[in-house]
Design a protein around this ligand. Sequence first.
Ligand SMILES: O=C[C@H](O)COP(=O)(O)O
Length: 252
Amino acid sequence: MTPGVRPLIAGNWKMHGLRDDGLALARAVAGGAGAAKGAELLVCPPATLVREVAAALEGGAVAVGGQDCHAAAKGAHTGDVSAPMLRDAGARFVILGHSERRADHGEGDAAVLAKAEASMAAGLVPIVCVGESEAERLAGEAEAVVTRQLDGSLPDGFAGAGGVVAYEPVWAIGTGRTPTESDIAAIHAAIRAKLRARFGEAGGTLRILYGGSVKPANAKAILALENVDGALVGGASLVAADFLAIAAAAAA
Ligand SMILES: O=C[C@H](O)COP(=O)(O)O
């Protein structure tokens, strides 16, 4: 963790959750949030549930975010959701450039940059995801890939907006595999160096999350690493007790 920085534990529900189970999950997370006061908690439901989850959690300790937004504020973009729409629904954060968006929808760094700009203009905090594939890791290119993604996808106002970077090695997502602690620390150090070079002193305290098979069993060790300022949690965020256990590890 970075001294003086409040960790962020973000749950990415991905394409999971109908109304009743989504609301139940959100309420269960909110109900247990008191035990993890040292960490900031965030849930990112599917777009259909953002408004209702935000209403259910209003005034509490758990924030709500979207999982993506369009780069335009409005327009003829069938099926898309804009940043002002998410903000209007009660979201405060938005995940951008997740590897599943990059893979499923062909999003590159320029698209992520435009979305990040749109999110900040709407008053949302962008969580920009970066991370290498397994082939890139094996080729020794992980740091170069992450650095290139940061160069291409972080807008100028990112630090002023309190933007968040999430390092998610693609091969660790949903697989139960994680990089070694020293590999995580090395990439997070490279991201920190990049943020400082780009944003000066402010880059020293922007939050850098780790994501990819974070579970209650490995959270404490990962969250204790230098420059790991929280986690972006997928599968384990769908079980309130697991998500809260990860949050408690961050708050400890
Ligand atoms: O956004 C979250 C990540 O893709 C991590 O997913 P996971 O915790 O299921 O590996």
